[in-house]
Design a protein around this ligand. Structure first.
Ligand SMILES: [Fe+2]
Length: 205
């Protein structure tokens, strides 16, 4: 099993799109962290005793890692949900598809098609499992989630001296609802609710 093999095993051992054909010296700080976390960190993560679980507007975030300027959060999103386009002013990140049905958007277009979001692999896993998308500060991104809901991981490098906290609180753009709006600590949130969000809100730039 190696990076060059086809099929599901590829994703067990690679962080696709990050480490292939590049030496550690050629990677930036976030790429180096992601390579370490996905390949060498403890299999059960390093979930802390503090802030282990955060819930905002029905979205659950599990904190897998937080140390110095780096953080990893796993997001569990309910079925038929919309995360409108937004930016994180102080965060550089990779978003990693874990499972379910997700159409990620970035800079006004979907990075995953509707068909891809529901495609299934040989073990029943989401075929897009393992896909990674780089989201730099000020890049608009969001997602629509299908009937299965969705699970993804956000691997983050916090910038400008801001210490890591929930990435949903470092946020500019339309919110997921009033609870989310009230919890934003930095950025320029716009109060919107889940009921009035549409696909157009996901593709905003
Ligand atoms: Fe985000």
């Amino acid at each position: 099993m190696s990076c060059s093999s086809d099929g599901v095993y590829t994703h067990f051992y690679c962080c696709r799109g990050v480490s292939e054909l590049r030496s550690i010296d050629e990677m930036d700080a976030l790429e180096q962290f992601v390579t370490w976390f996905l390949n060498e960190s403890p299999r059960f993560g390093l979930i802390p005793s503090q802030d282990a679980v955060t819930s905002i507007e029905g979205v659950t975030a599990v904190l897998w890692y937080r140390h110095e300027q780096f953080q990893v959060q796993q997001f569990i999103v309910p079925p038929n949900y919309v995360i409108p386009a937004h930016i994180h002013p102080n965060v550089d990140s990779f978003e990693l598809y874990l499972g379910g049905q997700i159409q990620f958007s970035k800079n006004g277009k979907f990075e995953i098609t509707s068909e891809e979001s529901t495609r299934t692999g040989q073990f029943g896993e989401a075929a897009m499992r393992g896909k990674m998308i780089r989201v730099r500060p000020h890049e608009w991104h969001g997602g629509t989630f299908g009937a299965a809901g969705g699970v993804f991981m956000s691997l983050q490098h916090w910038l400008n001296g801001v210490k890591p906290h929930c990435v949903a609180a470092d946020y500019s753009g339309a919110t997921m609802g009033p609870d989310h709006f009230a919890k934003v600590k930095a950025g320029a949130p716009v109060l919107r609710t889940q009921a009035d969000l549409t696909e157009a809100d996901v593709l905003k730039t």
